[in-house]
Ligand binder design. Structure first.
Ligand SMILES: *[C@@H]1O[C@H](CO)[C@@H](O)[C@H](O)[C@H]1NC(C)=O
Ligand SMILES: *[C@@H]1O[C@H](CO)[C@@H](O)[C@H](O)[C@H]1NC(C)=O
Ligand SMILES: *[C@@H]1O[C@H](CO)[C@@H](O)[C@H](O)[C@H]1NC(C)=O
Ligand SMILES: *[C@@H]1O[C@H](CO)[C@@H](O)[C@H](O)[C@H]1NC(C)=O
Ligand SMILES: *[C@@H]1O[C@H](CO)[C@@H](O)[C@H](O)[C@H]1NC(C)=O
Length: 947
């Protein structure tokens, strides 16, 4: 044997064993950890399928161990895994000790995710050696000391989250000799909140080459003034500088940041004029409270910020009158201007946003308030002259209510199970052990926590994202949203496993990674988040209890003298297992494919009389969804008129991207709708679930909405007899939903915009597609998010969130009052119920209501039965649900009014309406009016062509 040959042999051997050091070093790491996955003990090769370990060519490239309840320390051995790209040890609170500087050897590491662990001590300078790093998430640990300036060397860094630690010192910027964070021009996220950073925010930190989206410095000890260089970072979307000790003027170029969605400057010591924010038209959330601005009137730019949902200027020196124009901002949800010196009269106006929830003017100088009956808005005027001096004791003189609305994901049209200990009934009513934790959103765009649609969207986005990542999840549920003391929105998450009652380890670390790596991205409504996962009990409910961990340490500490021996052993294993474990790519077809209208699989829901249309078909029937076929637009999308090949006219409700629901929810809705058949309900002809579209195809109702006819827009004259008939038809439709549909359905949005008239003027109730069904016939109410339309909403439902059939009865009472007065429920700040009650005198003819009746109703001498009609309407709008009649009692009463008038309640409606039409007053298109949707909530109200 020649020496050369020997050398080559040795060289080859050396090469292969060097690669396999990875196994040795991972086992060394394992020695310091408890609770590693049990299959790590089955054999000694991590690349043979150890849970959480990903390999390529026998080198370890990913370690993902989120939420494994690991305990121990992270030793320097980690630095030897030089091919490592992803290290995710998030949500293991038992991982303690400091972060080893050996970590700097991982030149290929792109994602270092140590969220919500127990690490402490200083951040090593060596972090700056991680040349490939893109994601650095070290938030929610106990790190101390300064931010290493070397982080400025990470030229690929996109995400830097150091929040919620105990970091001190100032924010490092570069000098001639040292790097700094100003060099991070690829970074989009600086999340440094909830630390103890001090000193001034360096002006050098910001320059026009920075590309930051989120600048989160809240809750530190920063001093000095806000540098005016901030105005150069035009990419900024969220700025949180609140809860520091900032002083001086807000730089005047702040309004150069025209892409800002959320800005928090509250709880500082800012002085000078209130900053001008003219032109920040994207701004959703503005929080300026508790600063020391010069006293000034409410700035005029406030009323120009069309996207504003939330305005908080508590204790900011405001004086003078509050402009009513503020309340006409269409997205406005919450206003807090407490602890100022606002005076004069509070005027909220009648055209305020449907979402307006609370106006807090506690401790101001307000002497009067013009609309006191808008119970749907919480107005707080305690500690104002109107409450302290005049002895007024309206509800608005009470302090703000503390307990906010509660949301939790409702069962998906099934009956909640009672489950064994530790198990939870999922939204699909399957008992399982969910993976749980808190989603924390640091800068949401909204403050009204009552809109369940917002959470449903989040939930659907999350389910979709998890499925795209091939995670073994069945569904997720959300609950108990709340704003915490940092103004973060916290929502509890439960993730349910598919195909079994529990997750295994790959399932949990996969879901954990999806959240620690931000692979799941919520919509801009929520902004960025972080997640804190709870410990998952993999053996819950399994008799025999927990397996002991860590019994299989084979090689032990090998870094010392016996390296060669270890290498030999490893080499042996290497030879026997050449093949690295590839990432599983289960080619499971998506659950959506199951009933895609096109794939013709037997799993398409079999629905009586309801057809699945393809996208192409509906496109053809609507002339490619042309503008001329557009007959209405609502919160969920657009309604098109279409014509089927058999000549039938249809109204097609097409959800816009972004307001679609999950496939299962959509399927459930269709199954529910297709079971509902009644001549006073608009029926579903078909649906389309194809090419990412969700459309519902309804029969087309020619004469439009009752509201259109009452307002004279359709040219159909509604005399007294017709109005009684419409009332009866609509009442019967609702009675069917309450008493005969299975499961019972509560409409939730009864209004004249949702009652349509067919060619014989038969009333048909529409838009119960998004209604809440009562899953269990024995349950009398559902706790749910308040939804509905201003003016029609049941006050009891609004206050308790408990939805019962009586909520529909209330709204129907408003419809009855509208039928006789033709007034909007709230018109010029006047509430219809109050107007009728005030004008009413039971001792007089027609209860003295001639002044409020619609003049087109006919001669008042012929209004037989009117008094009884008013009586039943007012019983429907009783404040409390109990005394209100049921829909079937309402139907009986209207039937008897009809008999009194001399009509047969069971006869089909009279002749074709065309015979009764009189010329409409010349409007080109009956649906061009601006106020058409003024009273429609999120729901669709199809505008239907009367021609
Ligand atoms: C604000 O932006 C405008 C237009 O981009 C620019 O001309 C102006 O110099 C900026 N002002 C400041 C102070 O940065
Ligand atoms: C206004 O700020 C004060 C602190 O100055 C705080 O105590 C109070 O709760 C705030 N009010 C509201 C309505 O947020
Ligand atoms: C409201 O306050 C402003 C400014 O302090 C003052 O000029 C005005 O007279 C006050 N208005 C009323 C009605 O008190
Ligand atoms: C873990 O669960 C997934 C999906 O449920 C499954 O594909 C995989 O085989 C399971 N792994 C083990 C080791 O049982
Ligand atoms: C981690 O998240 C980033 C962006 O959020 C994504 O591009 C990347 O693919 C994710 N990594 C993995 C391995 O999924």
């Amino acid at each position: 044997m020649s020496a050369k040959f020997l050398l080559i042999l040795f060289f080859n051997f050396w090469l292969s064993t060097a690669q396999n050091n990875d196994a040795t070093f991972l086992r060394a790491l394992k020695d310091k950890w408890q609770n590693t996955p049990p299959n790590w003990d089955d054999n000694s090769d991590p690349c043979s399928g150890w849970d959480g370990i990903g390999c390529k060519d026998s080198r370890i490239i990913t370690i993902r161990l989120a939420s494994m309840d690991l305990r121990g320390t992270l030793t320097g051995d980690i630095g030897q895994l030089t091919e490592l790209q992803i290290l995710d040890l998030s949500y293991n609170k038992g991982l303690t000790g400091s972060l080893t500087s050996e970590i700097g050897k991982l030149k290929k590491l792109t994602n270092l995710l140590l969220v919500n662990c127990g690490f402490s001590g200083p951040l090593p300078d060596a972090l700056g050696d991680l040349d490939s790093l893109i994601f650095l998430s070290l938030n929610s640990n106990g790190f101390t000391g300064p931010i290493p300036p070397s982080i400025g060397n990470l030229s690929n860094l996109y995400w830097l989250d150091l929040a919620d630690n105990r970091l001190t010192g100032s924010i490092p910027v570069s000098t001639r000799t040292a790097p700094g964070l100003d060099m991070l021009t690829t970074a989009r996220h600086f999340h440094f909140g909830r630390n103890m950073l001090s000193g001034a925010i360096p002006s050098r930190l910001f320059h026009s080459n920075m590309n930051l989206f989120h600048l989160l410095f809240e809750n530190n000890q920063l001093t000095g003034s806000i540098p005016d260089t901030l105005g150069l970072v035009k990419s900024l979307e969220v700025v949180r500088l609140d809860r520091n000790f900032l002083t001086g003027n807000v730089p005047s170029n702040i309004n150069n940041l025209t892409g800002l969605f959320e800005m928090f400057l509250s709880n500082n010591q800012l002085t000078g004029p209130v900053p001008s924010l003219t032109g920040l038209d994207a701004l959703n959330y503005l929080e300026l409270s508790n600063n020391m601005f010069d006293p000034s009137e409410v700035p005029s730019w406030v009323t120009t910020l069309q996207s504003l949902t939330t305005l908080r200027m508590n204790n900011t020196g405001l004086l003078g009158e509050l402009p009513a124009a503020l309340f006409s901002l269409s997205a406005l949800q919450n206003v807090d201007l407490s602890n100022n010196r606002l005076n004069g009269t509070l005027d909220i106006g009648s055209s305020h946003s449907n979402e307006l929830q609370q106006v807090n003017l506690q401790n101001n100088q307000i002497a009067d308030f013009t609309q006191r009956n808008q119970y749907s808005i919480e107005v707080i005027l305690v500690q104002n002259p109107i409450c302290t001096e005049s002895g007024t004791s309206g509800g608005f003189c009470s302090p703000p209510t503390k307990n906010g609305p509660s949301y939790f994901t409702q069962p998906n049209n099934c009956e909640t199970r009672s489950c064994g200990s530790g198990q939870v009934s999922s939204p699909n009513c399957i008992c399982a052990y969910p993976y749980t934790g808190d989603l924390v959103f640091r800068a949401p765009s909204f403050s009204n926590l009552a809109n369940s649609a917002v959470y449903e969207n989040l939930r659907n986005d999350m389910i979709r994202s998890f499925r795209e990542s091939q995670l073994p999840i069945d569904t997720v549920s959300l609950r108990d949203p709340r704003i915490d003391f940092n103004d973060y929105l916290v929502i509890k998450l439960q993730v349910f496993p598919s195909g079994g009652e529990r997750f295994n380890r790959t399932g949990i670390l996969g879901v954990g990674f999806s959240l620690s790596n931000q692979t799941f991205k919520p919509s801009d409504t929520f902004g960025t988040y972080f997640f804190t996962g709870d410990v998952y009990d993999f053996s819950a409910g399994i008799s025999g209890g927990k397996k002991s961990s860590n019994t299989g340490a084979i090689v032990g500490s090998v870094i010392g003298g016996c390296v060669i021996v270890a290498l030999l052993i490893v080499a042996g294993i290497y030879i026997s297992r050449k093949k690295g474990r590839a990432e599983r790519t289960t080619n499971e077809s998506s659950p959506f494919a199951l009933w895609d209208a096109n794939n013709g699989s037997g799993a398409v829901p079999q629905l009586k009389g309801t057809k699945a249309f393809s996208f192409e078909e509906l496109s053809k029937y609507t002339n490619n969804f042309s503008e001329t076929n557009n007959i209405g637009t609502g919160g969920y999308g657009v309604v098109y008129k279409g014509s089927l090949p058999n000549g039938q006219l249809v109204a097609i409700k097409r959800a816009t991207r972004g307001s679609t629901q999950g496939g299962l929810e959509f399927k459930t809705e269709i199954e529910l709708l297709s079971r509902v058949h009644h001549k006073n309900l608009v029926s579903l002809v078909g649906f389309c679930f194809d090419q990412g579209e969700q459309m519902l195809v309804y029969e087309y109702i020619v004469n439009g909405t009752v509201k259109d006819s009452l307002s004279g827009r359709t040219g159909i004259r509604l005399d007294w007899m017709r109005r009684i008939r419409i009332a009866l038809g609509a009442a019967r439709g609702l009675q069917y939903l309450h008493d005969l549909a299975d499961p019972p359905i509560i409409h939730r949005d009864v209004k004249t915009n949702n009652i349509l008239l067919d060619e014989r003027l038969v009333a048909k109730v529409a838009d119960f597609g998004l209604s809440k069904s009562l899953g269990d016939a024995n349950v009398t109410h559902v706790t749910t998010q308040v939804k509905g339309t201003m003016g029609y909403m049941d006050p009891e439902y609004y206050m308790t969130n408990q939805l019962t059939e009586k909520s529909d009865v209330y709204s129907f009472g408003i419809v009855l009052l509208e039928l006789i007065t033709a007034r909007n429920p709230i018109e010029k700040g006047k509430y219809i119920v109050r107007e009728v009650k005030q004008a009413m005198d039971k001792s007089k003819e027609l209860y003295n209501l001639q002044g409020v009746l619609d003049p087109t109703i006919g001669l008042t001498t012929q209004l037989k039965g009117m008094e009884r009609f008013v009586d039943i309407a007012l019983r429907c709008v009783e404040e409390a649900g109990d005394p209100r009649p049921t829909m079937s009692e309402v139907v009986k009463e209207i039937e008897s009014i009809m008999e009194l008038v001399g009509l047969n309640p069971n006869a089909e409606s009279a002749a074709n309406s065309a015979a009764y039409e009189y010329a409409s007053n010349g409007s080109a298109h009956p649906y061009t009016g601006d106020d058409l949707f003024a009273y429609s909530g999120d729901h669709f109200s199809a505008k239907l062509d009367p021609k």
